[in-house]
Design a protein around this ligand. Sequence first.
Ligand code: 7RM
Length: 634
Amino acid sequence: MPNQINSLYEYLEAYKKSTENPEEFWGNIAESFYWRKKWDKVLEWNFDEPNIQWFINGKLNITENIFERNLADFGNQTAIIWESNSPDEPSQHISYNELFKKVTQFANVLKNQGAKKGDRIAIYMPMVPEAVVAMLACARIGAIHSVVFGGFSAQSLSDRIIDAEANILITADGAYRGAKTISLKNIADEALEKCPSIQKCIVLERTKENITMKKERDIWWHEALATAQIECKAEEMDSEDMLFILYTSGSTGKPKGVVHTIAGYMIYTEYTFKNVFQYHKNDIYFCTADVGWITGHSYIAYAPLLASGTLLMYEGVPNYPHAGRFWEIIDKHKVTHFYTAPTAIRALMATGLEHVKPYQLDTLKVLGTVGEPINAEAWHWYHAHIGKGKCPIVDTWWQTETGGMMISPLAGITPTKPTYATLPLPGVQLMIVDTEGKELKGNGVEGNLCIKFPFPSMLRTTYGDHERCKQTYFSTYKGLYFTGDGVKRDEDGYYRILGRVDDVINVSGHRLGTAEVENAINEHPLVNESAVVGYPHDIKGQGIYAFVVLEKDGQTHEKDAMKASIISTVNKIIGAIAKPDKILLCSGLPKTRSGKIMRRILRKIAEGDISNLGDITTLLNPEIVEEIKKEAGF
Ligand code: 7RM
C-alpha cells in the first residue's frame, strides 16, 4: 500500500522527512490521490492571521477519491457493515458499488431540493448508514455539511443551524438509543421554528413514530429518492474549499464552528488511519463514535472509506441490551480493529468480567482509544481482557480542530506505555511552553502543549468569525497553535496528555465549556448565578459540579425539586450530555474584589480536597466558603 509505514525505522525516517521538508513529504503522499488538477504549491502559511493553505489551486472531489479512484479494485468489497441497536434486527452489508449508488442518488435528491455548491446543510441523524450517505452526498455536490449530534437539544440544533445559515436539514423521524428512542423530528420541528434559513427538511424513516410533516418544507427521504436519478457527477472543488463545519465547545461563549477544508483533511485522515491502525485489506474496523463528533467524521465517514476499508457502524449504545454488546458484535462480525473511548471502557469494566467471558474476541488485532486521558487501570483491563494481551493499544490524542490524530503509537510498531499517547505522527511539530510562552526544551518537562508548524488537516477558521479562531488558538502564544491541553514529555521523549488547562471539561470524552453550562443553568428563571467546575468521576473521567445561587423566590422552594428543575433546564438548552452530576445550592459564590469567581476554590471543594484552599482572606466574601464547605458535607 502506498504511504504505509512498516517499521519503527520507517516511522523515524518519515518523521524526519516530514519536518525537514514538509512540502516534499506531503506532496509525495498527495500523489496517490485522484486530482482533477494538481496543485501549484503545497503550502502557504502564517500563524498570525492565521492563514493556512495546502495544495494550492488543486482541484478534486473527496468522493471521487473514495469511489472512482478505487471502485475497479474494491467495488464489490463491503464498505459498511451496519449493526442495529437491536440484536434482533438483521445487520446490513453495503458494498462500495452500492454505497456509491446511494451517495450519488441522494446527491441528486439534494440537488432536486435546490442545494448548490457552497450551501450549508445541517444533518441531525441516528447512527445509520444514511448518515454517512448524507455527508458524502453533500461532499459530492460541494455543499458544506454541519452534523449535529443526535443527543443535542432543539436549542443547540437551532443555534448551529442559525450560525451556519443552513438551508436544508436532513434528519429522521427518530433514533433508537438503547432502550430509549429520541424523537429527532419533533425536536427538529421545535428548532426550525427559529430557523428561517431552512427551506427544506428531508426526513428518513427509521422508528416509524408519529410525526408531522410540514407542507412545502418537509419531504420523506424514500419519496424524494424515488424520483431521483442515480448518476451524479462530482462537483469540481478547490483544495481549500470548505468540506464541513463542526461545532465544538471552548472556554468562552457559544460553541464555535470549526472549519475543515477538503484536500488537506482528506490526505491527512487517510494517512493517519492507515498508519496508526496499520489497517490492511480484509481487516474489519469498528469505531464506536457517533458521526456527530469529529471521530465519527474523520474515522467513520471519511478515512476508512478513503482507504477502501470495511467499516463497522453500530447504531446503539455499549450496554444495551446487555453489557457484552460490543464484544458480541466483535465476534459476530470478526472485527480486527476496535476504536472506542476510555469512558466506555471504564463503564464496561465496572460491569464485571462476566460480560466479557462469553466472547472469544480472537479476531482482534488492534485496539484504540480517543477522547480523554485513559487511566492506567482501564488501559490494563482493555489490554488484558479485550486484547487478551496480544493487541497493541493506540492511545490517539487529537482534537476537533486538528481533524486527524496528532500523537499516537503506530500499532505494533511504536512501543507503547500505558497512559501515554507516545510520539507525534509524521508532520506534527510539537512544542511545550510554560505559562509565559517560553519553550520547555528537552525531556522530563511538563507544560502547555502547542503546535508550531501547520499540518494538512488543521482547522482553517471558525465559521463566520475568523477573529475568534485567531484569539482562541493563535493568540495565547505568538506564532503557535495552542491546544488547550497540558502535557508531560518524559525521560524517553514520550508524551502524556494531562488534560485541559482551560475552562473546558471533558465529560465522557465530550467537550463542554464551563461557561456554556453556566449559561444554560442561568436560563432557569429562579437562578441568579452559577459556577461550574469539573471533578474526577470514576466512569465519565470528569463530572459536572454546579454551584448555584438562587433568586429570592427560588430559595423558598424545596431543594431537590429545584435541582431537578435546573437539570431539566440544562437538558432543554444543551442536551443530556451537559446535565450536572452534582448541584450545590448556596447563597453566594466566592469572588475576588474585582468580582471574578474564584473557581480554584470551587474546584478544590468539588474534588473533595479542602486541605489547601489557599488564601481566602482577599475574597470579597470569605464567609461564603464556610457555607459552601458545610453544604458540601465537610
Ligand atoms: C478527538 C477528540 C479534544 C480534547 C483534547 C484533549 C482530549 C482527546 C485524548 C485526549 C488524552 C487522548 N476531539 N483528548 N484524545 N486526552 N488522551 N488520547 O476527542 O475536540 O472532542 O476533544 O479531548 O483534552 O484537547 S475533541
